[in-house]
Design a protein around this ligand. Structure first.
Ligand SMILES: [Zn+2]
Length: 306
């Protein structure tokens, strides 16, 4: 699951449950030891539901937050459960990317004051934390902005890539959650194809123009994915140029697409070896030569250096 999909999920959950009071929370006792902490959130109001990268964050009115991460498959579903409660018109219309069917392994059921009910199924990671310490948690503290954040300008994107991941390959930099959070391997491959950049290219070998081009591709893809997600479709349904297409001809030049672990990010990269050539990279044991001239060194004790 990609960041924009979690974004769409948070948007829909927020429309259904944001600012609602929680009547009750049910947790299967055999599934979680944290159920006391979770149940503690019943009787409280849901202040905000939003996303950061792939993290789905819930803030409650008593200063407690949930941070939920789709480590394995998860499913969010919405139902009406209480026949006595007045039914809010249209509450169950248009709920994608939530479903109406509860998954096979229900984990958490949140009954809302309006009679609606949200169920989380599957095996996500769930942290219950004081809201004030949320961003001090090791998993969240170094998280970069998401693609849809308005302050992520071209300049800030390029600066983050070069400063935070300057010694890495472009593949590693894109997948680095501290640079920008929530970009998937699939989006990475399509970004690099759009920019004509080899997955193992060093950041120093990529100029500003191409650095901006790949951000434009990522943004456009993120917007499309978020909208598709709200209509019930996923990343797999989106057209792609290279991802998961090893052996097929490239749409630009007809060369067969390759899949290799060449990005050194531990993930496979699909790319066109003709459109995405590796630039000549003078490298000694993986260390980039210093591009900028070194500053002058002040002579010690004002004795001129010879
Ligand atoms: Zn090609």
């Amino acid at each position: 699951m990609e960041g924009p999909e979690v974004d769409a999920l948070s948007f829909r959950l927020s429309a259904l449950a944001g600012r609602q009071w929680v009547d009750r929370i049910d947790v299967p006792t055999h599934r979680w030891q944290a159920n006391v902490l979770l149940k503690h959130c019943s009787g409280k109001r849901i202040n905000q539901i939003y996303s950061q990268g792939r993290w789905l964050l819930w803030n409650f009115s008593h200063g407690v937050s949930w941070a939920i991460y789709p480590l394995r498959r998860w499913r969010w579903s919405a139902q009406w459960t209480d026949a006595d409660k007045p039914v809010v018109p249209d509450w169950l219309d248009n709920i994608s990317p939530l479903s109406k069917d509860i998954g096979r392994r229900p984990l958490l059921r949140i009954m809302l004051e309006n009679g609606g009910c949200l169920t989380l199924s599957g095996r996500p990671l769930l942290l219950v934390l004081p809201t004030e310490k949320l961003y001090r948690h090791p998993s969240l503290t170094g998280l970069g902005p998401k693609l849809s954040d308005e302050f992520l300008t071209d300049e800030i994107w390029e600066k983050r890539v070069r400063v935070l991941a300057g010694d890495k390959t472009i593949s590693q930099a894109i997948m680095d959650e501290s640079v920008v959070a929530g970009i998937s391997n699939q989006t990475k491959c399509e970004m690099l194809f759009a920019g004509g950049i080899h997955p193992a290219a060093r950041i120093g070998s990529i100029d500003s123009r191409r650095m901006r081009e790949i951000l434009v591709t990522a943004r456009r893809r993120g917007d499309v994915l978020c909208r598709a997600s709200l209509e019930g479709r996923g990343a797999r349904d989106l057209p792609g140029n290279v991802y998961d297409r090893a052996g097929e001809p490239c749409g630009r030049c007809g060369t067969n697409i390759l899949a290799e672990r060449c990005g050194r990010d531990g993930l496979w990269s699909w790319y066109c070896p003709n459109c995405q050539r590796l630039p000549r990279q003078p490298m000694l044991f993986g260390v980039e030569p210093v591009a900028a001239p070194l500053p002058d060194i002040e002579p010690v004790n004002r004795v001129p250096l010879k």
